[in-house]
Design a protein around this ligand. Structure first.
Ligand code: NAD
Length: 496
């Protein structure tokens, strides 16, 4: 049984925790590790380590900071397989998918390597006679990240590479369900030469989160998780004077117009609906088929779903792994009968798919057809391998559905009509939009984030918005004495 503990001040914590959590291998249903849960005291120790490390790290030269990031980049790339294996063993996703999330996280590290350029300010000479002005962006201090189970490496890497590159020190509270990847990353930071205390990890649940949200030395909080907790984190963090960006849940719609290439659309719906067992915030969960394509599209989706191989993530033949926990699998499964009871058709029943034996948290890919907006399977974020198909009369009625949905994380339109696609991009109230691309996750040099109930706060993650979030601006106006200075002037400073 693996013992998993906090990482504070550049090393594993050596205390004795009062509370613990079980870490499962979802493919077997067995407990593989035990993770310590932090009390407010352990959170205090991590924040104190970060606070002590801050002055020296803030003053480290840009060259030094960039050098550590380049070294970290090389180490993460070299340990990609080890990280992926750790993710698969605790999360369950297939190995290639786990390697993919490490690669997408690595892109943010690569972006952060450009910090000397990203953190540049501006300079204006002679804003008034012989008076110059310049702007600088300075780090905030100790900042915290609280992350969900579904991307145990990538989502933390949306946050800490930029936060640290900007000169902040960081306390990460990863998901207690798959905590080990964050510790591997902590070891790689140390090997990369990051000073002790700049990156810390505390494990745990609400107790640890609350201690971070109310700690006076934590200046900013980045959160990714479900909408109710995102709202809570935003409200509690801002009430305690912190800058907060809190990304929430999603219900991502894929609008298929009548002129779309239906083979492409079916491939995309199946890939984006069932990749990572649907446990992706950018998963497509609602296919909106504009009449008359519904029947043909559903037939093509069914053909593809029948061929999917569901199995353990460490078996190269598997295309889809298990769900994260037994209770979550049961909750997802409840939407199958629930959807039928409310009038949907079970076009593909995931319980009948060929599944591995044993006590893993398995559910096969499921397609619910003729779903309508009043049904729970449409209204709720199911976060599992359940694709709902909604039939609609026109582009306008499809758009009205998307507009009425409380979430606004990702969406996609499938069409060969450039004008319709352009109109969709212009009108849709969603933060990340794909045109014939089902999972439009922005590259690291753009910013990731949704609208509406998918984001609390106003800054998205990584890209230049990330640099903005982790720094605050200062403008200096300076005049150096010269022989012409002098004279009292009580008027408001104006240019001259
Ligand atoms: P979650 O909200 O249950 O947990 C997220 C984090 O909050 C974890 O670290 C957890 O320990 C902590 N937490 C849980 N309950 C808490 C409470 N009562 N008080 C304080 N902290 C608490 O989310 P999850 O189940 O780990 O992840 C899945 C969710 O994350 C889905 O809703 C998914 O859409 C969302 N998600 C969103 C994005 C995005 O970019 N918008 C990305 C990934 C995941």
């Amino acid at each position: 049984m693996r013992q998993i503990t906090h990482w504070i001040g550049g090393k594993p914590w050596t205390g004795t925790a009062e509370r613990h959590g079980d870490v499962y291998d979802p493919a077997t249903g067995q407990v593989g590790g035990r993770v310590d849960f932090a009390s407010a005291d352990e959170v205090e120790a991590a924040v104190a380590a970060a606070r002590e490390a801050f002055p020296a790290w803030r003053d480290a030269s840009l060259t030094k900071r960039a050098g550590v990031l380049f070294a970290f980049r090389e180490l993460v790339a070299r340990h990609r397989d080890e990280l992926a294996a750790s993710i698969t063993s605790e999360h369950g996703k297939v190995r290639a998918d786990a390697a993919g999330e490490v690669a997408r996280g690595l892109e943010v590290v690569e972006f952060a390597c450009g910090i000397p350029h990203l953190q540049k300010g501006g300079y204006s000479e002679n804003v008034s006679t012989r008076v110059d002005s310049y702007s600088i962006r300075q780090p905030l201090g100790v900042v915290a990240g609280i992350t969900p189970f579904n991307f145990p490496a990538m989502v933390p890497m949306w946050m800490f590479p930029l936060a640290i590159a900007c000169g902040n020190t960081f306390v990460l509270k990863p998901s207690e369900k798959d905590p080990s990847a964050s510790l591997l990353l902590a070891e790689l930071w140390r090997e990369a030469g990051l000073p002790d205390g700049v990156f810390n990890v505390v494990h745990g649940d609400k107790t640890a989160v609350d201690a971070l949200l109310t700690h006076p030395d934590v200046r900013a909080v980045s959160f990714v998780g479900s909408t109710p907790i995102a709202r809570y984190v935003y409200e509690t963090g801002t009430a305690h004077g912190k800058r907060v960006q809190a990304l929430g849940g999603a219900k991502n719609h894929m609008l298929v117009l009548p002129d779309a290439d239906l083979d492409l659309a079916a491939d995309a719906a199946v890939s984006a609906g069932f990749g990572s067992a649907g446990e992706r915030c950018m998963a497509i969960s609602a296919v909106v088929a504009v009449d008359p394509v519904g029947d043909e599209l559903v037939a093509k989706i069914k053909e593809r779903v029948a061929k999917l191989t569901v199995g353990p993530g460490d078996d190269d033949r598997s295309e889809m792994g298990p769900l994260i926990t037994g209770p979550h699998r049961d909750k997802v499964t409840s939407y199958l009968d629930g959807g039928v009871a409310q009038g949907a058709t079970l076009a593909v029943d995931g319980r009948e798919h060929e599944l591995p034996d044993g006590s893993g948290f398995w559910l096969g890919p499921t397609v619910l057809d003729h779903v309508t907006p009043e049904m729970d399977c449409y209204r709720d974020e199911i976060f599992g391998p359940v694709l709902s198909v909604v039939r609609t009369a026109s582009y306008e009625t499809g758009m009205a559905l998307i507009a009425a949905n409380p979430y606004g994380n990702g969406t996609a339109v499938f069409t060969n009509d450039g004008g319709a696609a352009r109109r969709f991009c212009n009108e849709v109230e969603v933060g990340m939009v794909g045109v014939n691309v089902p999972i439009p996750v922005p590259m690291a040099y753009y910013s990731f984030g949704g609208w509406k109930a998918s984001l609390f706060g106003d800054t998205h993650m990584h890209g230049t918005e990330g640099v903005h979030f982790y720094t605050r601006g200062k403008v200096v106006t300076s005049r150096w004495l010269d022989p012409s200075h002098g004279g009292v002037n009580l008027g408001f400073p104006t240019n001259g």
